[in-house]
Design a protein around this ligand. Structure first.
Ligand SMILES: Cc1ncc(COP(=O)(O)O)c(C=O)c1O
Length: 406
């Protein structure tokens, strides 16, 4: 029997369920699409799609082969396959299977962790700018959201975060950070763990860890610390559309998030994820591809005197020195879709690292946009229509979190 649905955890969940609030899940593609619709219609043919931190390489060849061979089995739930995936990951990381829960992407456990550990009495502490989904989930738990600016080196300011609210429930550390792609040192994470408010947990989101030099934090789970680590197959493994991810933590912490929902896993995603984990060269190869392309874009930006934040992920931020939304709109008119603007930095845009060809097209369009009057790109759109387009794709509670057009 799949561990996720054992008798013990079922009754545990049922007991916790009295306190459960439902939360619609907010995801990066929804945020990216809302922005696209704000400035243009959806992707056209041959669009350069570098707005949602996807991986243009898609699943590795072994994963594609195993999915193709498994299609006829699509009539089965096959929960044992999920057990195998969990066991494979746990063995590779020196963890026990009971430290790992598989979900269809890491967005669900991210939201559920915020629901489980924050409330009207226990706030959510986040860096600013950082990934918005935890703040969105906190609106459903009724938690106060405490935003702490990133440090001068764009790492999480852990000293300010741990002292931001003595009754915090969750400190969210996104490492590398979305949108900046910058990393927070292991020493800082250990500081946060040692000095966090009593009763709180660290939610360490390692969605982009494979692209970077950041020290992974799964050993903190092994050591029984108050942490939940999130991993996803959406980034380095190129499986965003297939949906697979993990919450990794102490069993007592995982039991709390399980109360918010566990579904049967999509078998193609599970098979592709297992095959990816069993391909040892995959992560180093993809990491090198991403690093090489990112470095060549950074060289180009530097040579052209554009201001950017050096990143260790598959995305980075450029300070355009003008309203970021105008630049995004002007780029979209050239069929290059870049993403997004965070309210705290209205002149910065986040750009995903695509293929070499994507980034060549990005560079051509960006240079054109930056040397021309970008604001004119928006003149063909009615402002009221723009405002409505921007929010239509977002769940209501997310609308206040994203930067609106000025
Ligand atoms: C920081 C971060 N965490 C979590 C996610 C969720 O990804 P998924 O649900 O596809 O695993 C994303 C998606 O872009 C992200 O950027």
């Amino acid at each position: 029997m799949n561990r996720s649905f054992s008798r013990r955890s079922f009754f545990g969940m049922a007991a916790a369920a009295t306190a459960v609030a439902a939360v619609p899940i907010l995801t990066e593609p929804q945020l990216a699409r809302a922005q696209r619709r704000r400035i243009a219609h959806d992707y056209g043919p041959d669009s350069v799609r570098i707005d949602a931190n996807e991986n243009p390489l898609g699943p590795c060849s072994g994963a594609c082969a195993v999915m193709a061979s498994l299609l006829p089995e699509g009539g089965r739930y096959d929960m044992e396959m999920t057990d195998k995936l969990v066991a494979t990951f746990a063995a590779q990381e020196g963890l026990k299977p009971e430290n790992v829960l598989a979900y269809a992407g890491s967005s669900e456990p991210l939201h559920y962790t915020v629901l489980a550990f924050t409330s009207g009495d226990h706030s959510l502490v986040v860096a600013d700018p950082s990934y918005e989904a935890p703040m969105y989930a906190a609106k459903f738990s009724g938690a106060k959201i405490v935003k702490v600016p990133l440090a001068a080196d764009y790492s999480h300011d852990v000293r300010a975060m741990v002292s931001a609210d003595p009754s915090a429930g969750v400190l969210y550390l996104c490492n590398p950070n979305n949108p900046t792609g910058t990393i927070t040192s292991r020493a800082d994470i250990e500081y946060a763990l040692a000095n966090k408010p009593r009763g709180s947990i660290l939610l360490i989101d390692e969605a982009y860890i494979h692209f970077s030099d950041a020290t992974p934090n799964l050993d903190l789970v092994k050591a029984g610390k108050d942490v939940i680590v999130l991993r996803t197959f959406s980034k380095v493994y190129g499986m965003a559309g297939l949906r697979c991810g993990f919450a990794i933590g102490r069993p007592d912490l995982l039991a709390k998030i399980q109360a918010y929902g566990m579904n049967s896993m999509p078998i193609l995603a599970v098979a592709a994820a297992t095959s990816s984990l069993e391909t040892p060269d995959l992560v180093p190869q993809r990491r090198k591809i991403n690093t090489d392309i990112r470095s060549s874009v950074f060289e180009w930006l530097t040579a052209n005197n554009y201001k950017f934040i050096p990143s260790q992920a598959n995305h980075f931020m450029i300070d355009t020195g003008r309203p970021g939304h105008d630049v995004i709109a002007a780029m979209a008119q050239r069929n290059v879709y870049i993403g997004r603007v965070w309210p705290v930095w209205p002149t910065y845009v986040r750009v995903t690292v695509g293929t070499h060809s994507d980034m060549d097209k990005f560079q051509t369009a960006f240079k054109e946009v930056m040397t021309g009057p970008t604001a004119s790109a928006l003149r063909s759109y009615d402002p009221a229509e723009l405002a409505a387009m921007g929010t239509r794709d977002l769940p209501r509670h997310a609308r206040g979190l994203v930067a609106s057009r000025v």
